[in-house]
Design a binder for this molecule. Structure first.
Ligand SMILES: *Cc1c(COP(=O)(O)O)cnc(C)c1O
Length: 456
């Protein structure tokens, strides 16, 4: 990357999240100045395909002027007011009605936040408050999964299963348990089918519940598809069995829909695609397509009823239901509906992209476990496909390929040695072809480098 004046100035005053800031000072940062559709543009004239929709969030694509107009009008009318103290406002009232309309049956209430992490933190406190409200205060333990991602606040990072995050700042906080992720490729036994593995992986939950005592467990929390963990899609048997276990032991089932929600998998919500019914689900990202920060916890009727018995919920954010964010989120949801964007992902672009990745990636010897649904995609870099041996120094190989993508003006992401894509939901077939042609060239370069390195 070339150091531009803007990059030098950035490094002088800006500490970046999820970055080695010392290293960044040497390499410099890419400065993105504008964006349109699936493209972002940097300050050196590069037109870059955004295969990640920002951070999995720009579902309707960049540059939709309607959202700016809505934001301006709302700011002129009512720039800010809170939703505490017996108060509301039209923007949040309208958004809530719309969200209840697009949510599955049984979800008629939302609790607002400013981000995915805040949605997860709010959910964590809410499920404990729920059990206390219905006379079971001992049910406090939350069970999540290794390699799950639930945000960066102390609660969210504890709920998540990212060991690198736990290693900093004394996490996880008490009362959180983790079970292994349902990654068939990496964890199945010889001869085990995906369906058999899915049941075995779900049963890890039952084992943990028995270990800590069902009377102590509040909820199981999982992303329908683990996103930042590398797009880990469980076998079809996994979620139905998880749901059965939660019912058997009277434990709330929570879906973290921050990535999967609002169309990513070809349904409004990921749990609809994966075939289960949570009691609560958390959202953010695609709720506003990232145009403004906003998150929402969708609370099922059973949990609402319980909470209503519990008196005041001592929890809330200054910007909960922020009028400008709410107005923009409403318009975003209307665009998803009016333009039938999710339907198109389900019927056309999702299946098309899945097929094209599979066809294109078949030629490569260090690429395996190609997987995806809708417009979320992952594959894994492995040293030996026959033995499923991974590369040493997890993440190093993924980052090497990721950097080649960047140099070729394609944004994809490496999660360890899993490579993932999550383009805007508005991407066309032609744009998918272009993205994959670029990716193909990059992976060819990567394999040539790797052959040279391994002496193959
Ligand atoms: C991104 C993400 C979060 C955190 O959202 P922020 O808005 O970054 O706080 C939580 N859960 C999942 C599944 C996510 O992908």
């Amino acid at each position: 990357m070339t150091q531009t004046a803007a990059s030098v100035q950035d490094m002088a005053h800006h500490l970046h999240p999820f970055s080695d800031n010392k290293q960044l000072k040497e390499s410099g940062v890419r400065v993105i100045e504008k964006a349109d559709g699936i493209y972002i543009y940097d300050n050196q004239g590069n037109k870059i395909i955004d295969g990640m929709a920002g951070l999995w969030c720009v579902n309707i694509g960049y540059g939709r002027k309607e959202l700016g107009d809505i934001a301006k009008n709302q700011m002129d009318e009512l720039a800010y007011y809170n939703t505490f103290f017996k108060t509301s406002h039209p923007a949040v009232i309208n958004l809530s009605a719309k969200l209840a309309e697009v949510a599955p049956a049984g979800f008629n209430h939302v609790f607002y936040t400013g981000s995915g992490s805040e949605s997860v933190d709010s959910m964590m406190r809410m499920v404990r408050h729920y059990w206390a409200s219905v006379g079971k205060p001992s049910k406090t333990i939350l069970i999540g999964r290794w390699n799950g991602y639930h945000g960066s606040t102390i609660g969210g990072a504890s709920m998540g299963g990212m060991k690198g995050m736990h290693a900093q700042g004394g996490l996880p906080i008490p009362g959180i348990e983790h079970i292994e992720q349902p990654w068939y490729y990496g964890l199945h036994n010889e001869g085990e089918t995906p369906e058999e593995f899915g049941l075995r992986a779900a049963n890890w939950l039952e084992e943990r519940i028995i270990e800590v005592g069902a009377d102590n467990v509040a909820a199981f929390v999982g992303e329908p598809i683990q996103g930042a963990g590398g797009v880990i899609i469980p076998p079809s048997t996994y979620w139905p069995r998880i749901q059965e276990i939660c019912q058997k032991y009277n434990i709330l089932l929570v879906a973290d829909e921050v990535i999967c929600g609002f169309g990513r998998t070809g349904s409004w919500f990921g749990h609809e695609t994966l075939g289960f019914k949570p009691d609560i689900f958390t959202t953010a990202k695609g709720l506003s397509s990232g145009y403004l920060p906003i998150g929402a916890v969708f609370v099922g009727d059973k949990v609402v009823e319980g909470i209503l018995q519990g008196g005041e919920f001592n929890h809330g954010f200054t910007y909960a239901g922020h009028p400008v964010s709410a107005a923009v989120a409403l318009k975003n949801v209307q665009i998803l509906q009016d333009e039938k964007i999710i339907q198109n992902v389900h019927d056309v672009t999702g299946p098309y992209m899945q097929q094209k990745w599979r066809e294109m990636l078949a030629q490569f010897k260090y690429v395996d476990d190609v997987r995806g649904v809708g417009l979320i995609q992952g594959f894994t870099l492995v040293k030996n496909k026959a033995t499923r041996e991974m590369f040493p120094n997890e993440g190093e190989t993924g980052t090497a390929l990721r950097d080649i993508f960047f140099r070729n003006n394609l944004i994809m992401r490496a999660c360890g040695d899993h490579i993932v894509a999550s383009p805007p939901l508005t991407i066309t077939k032609e744009e998918i072809d272009l993205m994959l042609a670029t990716a193909e060239k990059c992976i060819q370069e990567f394999e040539a480098n790797m052959d040279a390195k391994l002496g193959a």
